[in-house]
Design a binder for this molecule. Structure first.
Ligand code: NAP
Length: 196
């Protein structure tokens, strides 16, 4: 489960649980991106904060864990490196690997390093908000690659990290959009209070 998780919220958690159940996964490993290759956005909380919020969010689910693979890796966080890493550390188990992320991110997959290898090594699951038109994704990646994707409509993805950051900034409530521990962490460290 790859994402910036800026911050992680119930949409991500429910989406991961839905994917786990639908595709019969043994576990879901959340991989907060360390240095997102495509982002020049100063609105991204420091990596260690995003990592710790993810730990706080998932610890009650025995099927969930968090990886520091991208947090600790120097340089840009390329998904191909992460996928190779997980295949390598699990090679004795001969794992079937999925890469879950948002549909809007998958729409850009042709710009990612080694995108065809990513799609060969892992089954990419594109998770979308309600009302998302998957034809947009088909147009973006082409019919052949689109057939290799798995699609997941996740109703809880109506929650968005962007909205949560804007709410914090404007003093509006974020309760029930994300775990209370993550809300407390955001307040304690004053995250997302500066102008975007
Ligand atoms: P993003 O552009 O911040 O997010 C795009 C959309 O997808 C947003 O609506 C976002 O919602 C949603 N989303 C992101 N992660 C999600 C998840 N795990 N489950 C459900 N929805 C999700 O995307 P990003 O977070 O930067 O990147 C997503 C993944 O793609 C990361 O693992 C990143 O490393 C990878 N990526 C790799 C490359 C590369 O290898 N070159 C390039 C770009 C991205 P929220 O804002 O609410 O999360």
């Amino acid at each position: 489960m790859g994402g910036t998780f800026n911050p992680i919220h119930y949409g991500h958690l429910l989406c991961a649980e839905q994917a786990r159940c639908k595709f019969g996964m043994d576990e879901v490993v959340f991989v907060p991106s360390g240095h997102p290759p495509h982002k020049k956005n100063s609105d991204i909380a420091p990596t260690e904060h995003r990592y710790l919020m993810t730990v706080l969010a998932i610890y009650t689910n025995p099927f969930f864990s968090v990886s520091r693979a991208e947090v600790d890796r120097r340089g840009k966080s390329y998904s191909i490196d992460t996928i190779r890493h997980f295949l390598e550390i699990n090679k004795s188990r001969n794992p079937e690997l999925y890469f879950i992320t948002g549909s809007d991110a998958v729409m850009e997959i042709l710009t990612w390093r080694s995108h065809d290898e990513i799609m060969d090594l892992a089954t990419v699951i594109a998770a979308s908000r309600p009302g998302y038109d998957f034809n947009r994704l088909k147009e973006a990646v082409g019919p052949a690659r689109f057939r290799k994707l798995k699609l997941l409509q996740a109703s809880a993805l109506a929650i968005s990290s962007t909205d949560i950051r804007e709410r914090v900034r404007s003093g509006r409530p974020i309760k029930y959009l994300l775990p209370e521990s993550v809300e407390q962490y955001i307040r304690k460290h004053g995250l997302y209070t500066n102008p975007a």
